[in-house]
Ligand binder design. Structure first.
Ligand SMILES: Cc1ncc(COP(=O)(O)O)c(C=O)c1O
Length: 447
């Protein structure tokens, strides 16, 4: 009998190859990157980490998962999602306005709005899509009325002020909008102020990650929101990594800094602390209704499946009922930071479950990743295009489900990396440990 896989391979190789200039150029770029081992592999895993998982027959402990509170594995969440799957079937197969609006989705939006303390919320299929849809949706309101209904407004395109290290999905949203863009230096409020002062637009939007995804640091929201109010700018915060983690009630970085009312547009993802998938925006009801009608990344795509919505509602309820999950997470973060400090490994002195350890070149980062992997520790190297050239690093993420012993194992592994390769200093590593400890928010419980 003919092996179907072999037959498939033969048919593919017989297929006439297209050799357009574009395809040739892509092939050349691929070969160039691949020759230098710069095309990262996608290791197969048995199931998402909890934080233990198996890959290639080996048992590993993950220190790279954004499943900060272990929600993706909670039996209650899985049971609820399974029930919704059998009741509502696999997909909605439609966008919300064209027949895909099941009650569970509206219930989830209501839940998120209450969680974020806003009038209303809307959900998107992914967090990336939430930014891609919302930013042009906000900035192109007048353009929309003109393009589709011939209504002439001032036709002012407005200006977006964006932190240089904002997540790629924010940058994608900005590129899709008709607005002018000003990129300010990462976290540099003096630079932001200078640009706001020079800006002639009346429609101004400041957009920033709440927790920067590759560096783990927080946007300086007290100063940022103060400038916004001074220059009448609207603030949008992408709190993908802050939602569920930061603040006394886990409402995010704006709660952490006590500036929730100064942030107009709260964006977040459901794929990290909530353990599922999807993105959301929470704000005033009228703005939500407007975005639901006009934002392409909402209207031109199918809605979130029912089982995700049901599982997320359950996860959000657990997260609110069990603050001990967050407390355990912060205790774990504290254990790792203190351990690294004792080993004299340069760390950024900041409270965050994202802990970057800098190595410089991509090659060094891959080497460090390999050393840890041989010790049964999975800690993914982060290299360009996720970070700038020569800023490659190990990006450690801590979860509430890590045990004390697992964190001790990681520390032993990092000690070996420090001895063999050596981590780089950063400006934030120079701050004194005592000074840093004083900045600990009261809701963070140390080891
Ligand atoms: C800051 C930030 N925004 C948005 C996203 C996109 O979220 P999702 O993975 O849910 O699409 C991510 C995910 O990496 C992120 O880190």
């Amino acid at each position: 009998m003919v092996n179907p896989l072999a037959l498939n391979g033969l048919l593919t190789s017989l297929k006439k190859k297209t050799t357009t200039p574009l395809l040739k150029s892509i092939n050349a770029c691929f070969d160039w990157l691949d020759d230098d081992n710069l095309i990262p592999k996608e290791p197969l895993i048995d199931a998402p980490p909890s934080p233990v998982f198996f890959s290639g027959g080996r048992k590993l402990i993950s220190f790279s998962s954004n499943n900060y509170l272990g929600m993706s594995r909670r039996p209650e969440v899985i049971k609820t999602a399974k029930k919704a799957l059998s009741e509502y079937t696999m997909g909605t197969c439609e966008s919300r306005k064209l027949g895909g609006n099941i009650a569970l989705l509206e219930a989830l939006e209501e839940k998120i709005a209450r969680f974020k303390g806003e009038e209303a919320a809307m959900i998107f299929a992914t967090g990336l899509l939430a930014n891609v849809a919302t930013i042009p949706g906000l900035m192109d309101a007048e353009w929309y009325c003109n393009k589709f209904y011939g209504k002439k407004w001032s036709q002012e395109s407005g200006t977006i002020f964006s932190d240089a290290l904002n997540h790629r999905s924010i940058q994608m949203g900005i590129r899709l909008s008709h607005a002018n863009v000003v990129k300010y230096r990462h976290g540099d409020m003096a630079h932001l102020e200078q640009e706001l002062a020079n800006c002639k637009s009346s429609n101004k939007l400041i957009v920033s990650d709440g927790v920067f995804s590759m560096d783990g640091d927080l946007a300086p929201l007290p100063k940022l929101t103060k400038l916004a109010s001074q220059y009448q700018a609207t603030v949008m915060i992408d709190d993908a990594h802050g939602t569920g983690i930061f603040g006394k009630n886990g409402r995010g970085v704006a709660e952490h800094f006590g500036v929730e009312n100064q942030v107009s547009i709260h964006m977040g993802t459901l794929s990290k602390a909530v353990g599922a998938m999807g993105g959301f925006v929470a704000t005033d009801r009228k703005i939500i209704e407007f975005l639901k009608s006009t934002a392409s990344g909402y209207r031109f795509t199918s809605s979130l499946p029912a089982e995700q919505a049901a599982g997320i509602i359950c996860a959000l309820e657990i997260m609110q009922k069990e603050p001990q999950l967050r407390q355990k997470l912060w205790r774990n973060v504290s254990q790792l930071l203190m351990g690294l400090h004792e080993l004299n490994i340069p760390i950024k002195k900041q409270w965050s479950p994202i802990i970057p350890l800098f190595l410089g070149s991509a090659k060094k980062a891959y080497k460090a990743e390999k050393i840890l992997l041989e010790l049964g520790l999975s800690c993914i190297a982060v290299v360009p295009p996720l970070v700038e050239n020569n800023c490659s690093r190990l990006r450690i993420t801590i979860n509430s489900t890590h045990t004390k012993e697992q964190i001790e194992q990681l520390l032993a592994g990092l000690k070996i990396v420090e001895k063999n390769i050596g981590f780089n200093m950063t400006d934030k590593s120079k701050q004194s440990w005592e000074e840093f400890k004083v900045t600990t928010p009261s809701y963070i419980i140390k080891t």
